[in-house]
Design a binder for this molecule. Structure first.
Ligand SMILES: Cc1ncc(COP(=O)(O)O)c(C=O)c1O
Length: 447
């Protein structure tokens, strides 16, 4: 096939030159197949999102039925479709909020941008035009649009001249990596909270519009928060009147074993960003869910301005909304949350056993999301040289053996679908162990 016309995103092009892309054309359950008929267990659920099975018959039937009834319509100017209304009601029902509103987007990035604009809009109405700054954490991932990329705390956005002004950072609560020698995890979390206090003091609380956090940092390399982190920072945000927005794009709908990462970590957000598992990868859809207080302020601002001047052509698409309703029903009715919880000990226990390997520095995760971070020296936690491409080497070899896992810097990320079986976890780990042994032997020989 002529693949010369695709402009790849987030792809190591030099590495791709030697391997070529994997072209997929079929999927069944938790497996995908390439055009040569090779079968892969997808240890990454597509991109964290295909969790109910790629070919779930109810999802396919729902899409077919909705396309036959009403194939597409927007959700603007007072027009709306039944599936979009039903989904707003469902999302409020399953959200931690008693009351609230839902704004639909096509992606997680757009949902984050939308949430920033909501905050700015409310503050404009309250006569607080200087209350604009957005705090996120170093190493966080919030997406790629200009706003969401400005929120993302990764150095690779330097090439775009981002972040924009008004986007500022606080520390990343990764104890294994950033804890000081002799510092307990509890003390580390206190230091993280103090860092946030310091950022707020430096910038001025009256200039800060909101604090966005993923309950577990996903694309940062699966980093669960350090002990008590959210319990320590929430009172600080409250004291300074700074809304907390939970970016649940990865954690939402079950990844951590509860419907929301906010439940798992006892976070009381003012707003939630959702996407990915919301349609189990069957349709692009994102949502901003506003809690009681923000909803009220937002409605006041909307009446004052006559409208909230924002919206996407395909936001609230009826097929996407019908699929989201179906995906949420499947997750709840087919007891997939229970399956995530049931598998967690096997998943996490198996993951932790990799820490016995010579070059595995940390195995971390929760629910059905985990990462193995490779280091050159376990004692000093010295990372491998970037040019050794350890993550890519492992992922490429695993793929040859029929396992899809994702390289993320020095880490290998695993986040299998919610329908995964214990046998599939065994396959995933035995394949990965074999792969790592081979790669580690190669580097020992070349040294
Ligand atoms: C936490 C988080 N927020 C936002 C996004 C952006 O979502 P999208 O890729 O749909 O724009 C992602 C994507 O991985 C994410 O993990």
């Amino acid at each position: 096939m002529d693949t010369s016309h695709i402009l790849y995103g987030f792809t190591d092009l030099k590495n791709l030159d030697s391997h070529g892309p994997i072209v997929l054309n079929k999927a069944k359950g938790a497996y995908v197949y390439d055009t040569k008929g090779k079968k892969y267990f997808d240890g990454n659920s597509g991109l964290w999102n295909s969790v109910v099975g790629f070919d779930h018959p109810k999802m396919i039937a729902t899409a077919q039925k909705q396309y036959e009834e009403l194939s597409g319509y927007h959700a603007l100017f007072g027009r709306i479709t039944e599936p979009a209304i039903n989904l707003t009601n469902k999302l409020i029902e399953v959200s931690p909020f008693d009351e609230g509103k839902v704004f639909f987007t096509n992606s997680g990035s757009e949902a984050n941008d939308t949430a920033v604009k909501l905050l700015w809009f409310m503050n404009w109405h309250k006569g607080l035009p200087k209350k604009r700054k957005i705090i996120t954490r170093y190493n966080s991932y919030h997406g790629v649009t200009v706003g969401a990329a400005s929120m993302t705390g990764k150095p690779y956005n330097d090439v775009f001249g981002l972040p924009l002004s008004d986007f500022i950072r606080s520390a990343c609560p990764h104890y294994w990596k950033f804890g000081k020698e002799g510092e307990s995890e509890e003390d580390f979390s206190l230091r993280m909270a103090q860092d946030l206090e310091d950022v707020i003091a430096k910038e001025g609380a009256d200039t800060i519009a909101g604090f966005f956090a993923e309950p577990v940092m996903g694309a940062g390399g699966v980093i669960p928060p350090s002990k008590n982190y959210f319990q320590l920072i929430q009172p600080i945000l409250k004291k300074h009147n700074i809304p907390l927005i939970a970016d649940e794009v990865i954690c939402g709908f079950g990844r951590t074993g509860n419907l929301w990462g906010s439940i798992t970590y006892d976070i009381k957000p003012d707003m939630i960003i959702a996407s990915k598992c919301i349609t189990s990868g069957f349709f692009p859809l994102g949502a901003v869910i506003t809690g009681e207080e923000i909803t009220k302020e937002l409605m006041d601002a909307s009446y004052a301005a006559e409208e909230f001047p924002h919206g996407f052509t395909a936001g609230g698409h009826p097929v996407g909304c019908a699929l989201a309703l179906q995906a949420i029903d499947i997750i709840i009715e087919e007891k997939l949350l229970e399956n995530v919880r049931k598998l967690e000990p096997l998943f996490m226990g198996g993951l932790k056993s990799f820490e016995d390997m010579e070059f595995i520095g940390e195995a971390r995760g929760i629910g059905l999301m985990g990462a193995l971070e490779m280091v050159q020296d376990k004692k000093t936690k010295k990372p491998f040289d970037g040019h050794m491409n350890m993550g890519e080497r492992v992922a490429n070899k695993a793929i040859e053996k029929g396992l899809i896992c994702r390289p993320l810097g020095p880490s290998i990320v695993l986040c299998p679908p919610f329908i995964t079986t214990p046998e599939q976890i065994d396959f995933m780990y035995s394949t990965l162990k074999e792969t790592l042994n081979e790669v580690f032997n190669e580097i020992k020989i070349s040294n």
